[in-house]
Design a protein around this ligand. Sequence first.
Ligand SMILES: C[S@@+](CC[C@H](N)C(=O)[O-])C[C@H]1O[C@@H](n2cnc3c(N)ncnc32)[C@H](O)[C@@H]1O
Length: 261
Amino acid sequence: MAPGEFVQPGNADFPWDKFDPVDYLDHNYTTMRDDDRQVLTFVRDFFVRISPALIDRPMRGIDVGTGPNLYPALAMLPFCAEVTLYEFSKSNVDWLATQHAANWPSWTTIWSDFWRVLCEESLYAGLDRADMGSELSSRTKVTWGNVFELDSERDGYYDIGTMFFGPESLSPQRSEFHSAIDRLLSVLRPEAPFAIGLMEHSAGYDVADNRFPATDIELSDVTDYLEGRASGLSSERVDPGDVPIRDGYTGMMVVCGLVAR
Ligand SMILES: C[S@@+](CC[C@H](N)C(=O)[O-])C[C@H]1O[C@@H](n2cnc3c(N)ncnc32)[C@H](O)[C@@H]1O
């Protein structure tokens, strides 16, 4: 390396174990934002649209980099006997494991609002019950793991998958953004449906006292990369509206599709 040459940091250079799930949850999900509602509705409608093609057997789902956000897992719930919440940060894994063991106390304060949006469709409403927190515990599994090490030989294939804020929110390096998408798709069986949520033109984000990275991307970066890797793509860009969640991004994006055969 030449003297003074800048080496861009990568995923491994950031303090993921210090990611504060409570601060992140408070800032992002305590009140449902209109952009999250639009993203969730888009994913719900995609899964409902393709549901006749989903084979009628208990499926395995995976949400990669769950953090404390349950809505991607909730969107997969009607199709899954089990959803793996796959997370790298030890603090996030601890938070998820504590919630899981206690039948999701955050259900009543936060996630029931997101679930109500899903229940506008009968596939979800048919699953609704008084004690959704314990239902969720029985259908989810919390697993520590690194997206870059996802491996179908070790992990098997999943039938449906999500990754939210997400492949672009783990590294400033474009190659790691691509690699995160590749690794997610690599553990999904051919033709498995997936949904990926992303931030547009993100400059990175603060959680409590720590700064985390982002890859600066827009929708075509995702759809172009998925060309040949997936079929039946549908996508949406959602404007941040009058109250952006923070500085340094220009919108949310969601891309759904089926893994290439
Ligand atoms: C911006 S947060 C998104 C959290 C959540 N999915 C959401 O929708 O709000 C990025 C997440 O990626 C996780 N993450 C970072 N590096 C990872 C890695 N190498 N493998 C898996 N997850 C990782 C972080 O711990 C964090 O939970």
